[in-house]
Design a protein around this ligand. Sequence first.
Ligand SMILES: [Zn+2]
Length: 419
Amino acid sequence: MKNLLLCLAALAGSAQTRDEKVARAVDAIRDKLVETRRDLHMHPELSNREERTSRVVAERLRALGFDDVKTGVARHGVVATLKGGRPGPLIAVRADMDALPIQENNNVPYKSRNAGVKHACGHDAHVTIQLGVAEVLSRMRAEIPGVIRFVFQPAEEGAPQGEEGGAPLMIREGVLDNPRPKAIFGLHVGAQERVGRVSYASGPLLASTDAFAVIVDGKVTHGAYPHTGIDPIPIAAEIIQAFQTIRRRVIANQPIVLTIGQIHGGTRNNILAGQVRMEGTLRTLDEGVREQVKSLMKQMTAGIAQANGTGARMEWFDAGNPVTFNDPALVSKAVPSLQRILGVANVNRAEPQMGGEDFAYYQKVIPGFFYFLGVGNPDKGITAMQHTQDFDIDEDALAIGVKAQIAVLLDYLEREKQN
Ligand SMILES: [Zn+2]
């Protein structure tokens, strides 16, 4: 017992000295982190077009002496390995790299130089933080018990129409193979969270995201003689109403968002439309509910069309994101690491949100932990939401993110090195 206590004390002691060492190393690269983030922010690139970003990442990793830096994974993805000096498991850490088609509104020295393109979701911060983690850990190589695969992923926001990309393509190109990592970690900046804080959820964190279209067939005729044609507009209205009753068919404690975002049909006030096309998004926090709702939508669409003497069909666009589901066992072990670095009061539970993340695809293959890093700061006027032209981050979050992520990764490796 006494030995065990001594052993625990030694472990806690060594984590403490390691934390101090990491903190010093991170503080020493603070300016570099800000510089990197600003450089990336000034040169944002759209999904599947991350050529420069990918080049910057690969050059940095090579300069840090990474063992193999693979480029061109899922187009512009970069995957690199850091082999620790002590035996231990393989884990992965992921950052996404793409920007959004939004015009930057902020008059800052690091304003986007690409017209109409902006890092409005904070992926510039994700890349910066992960490069910071790579830099600090590459200097501590000898003491790392295991191997870390660094994954820099393109096209999280979705590949352009007709292209593949993002996490599913990375997985298909083997990012989780040869050998398979035991776990994967990632973070996302959060505009509504104050800098210095993080939040997490055990189980579902972000929603499944499915985009769909409903097409209702009509028969064109004179608007004064509807009985000689088929009017798809009231039929479309019936389908919209019916979709909202799906809420009543699914157990009440399961959230569903079913939004129709656009309707198109018809050519003139006194002509029956030949067709109505509606498009929308479905969000759920449970894969079973997701399938249930999808099948109810299909059934209702077909049934309502049939009752009105016409045809209708549903189309599901490119496979939507699964639910971002944090493995509860992994969460319970990672949270104390965050608490140690940030203080217990700064690590909070997040309510699951109906936004989506393609990190979810990795979590379908291996256990994963994804959390939110606070970047907002009302005192500095940094309050704009992500995906807006005003979005910005408190750059103090960069060093905090590096420290937090390193603690999560190294604690995992230390814990699992025997298994
Ligand atoms: Zn994002």
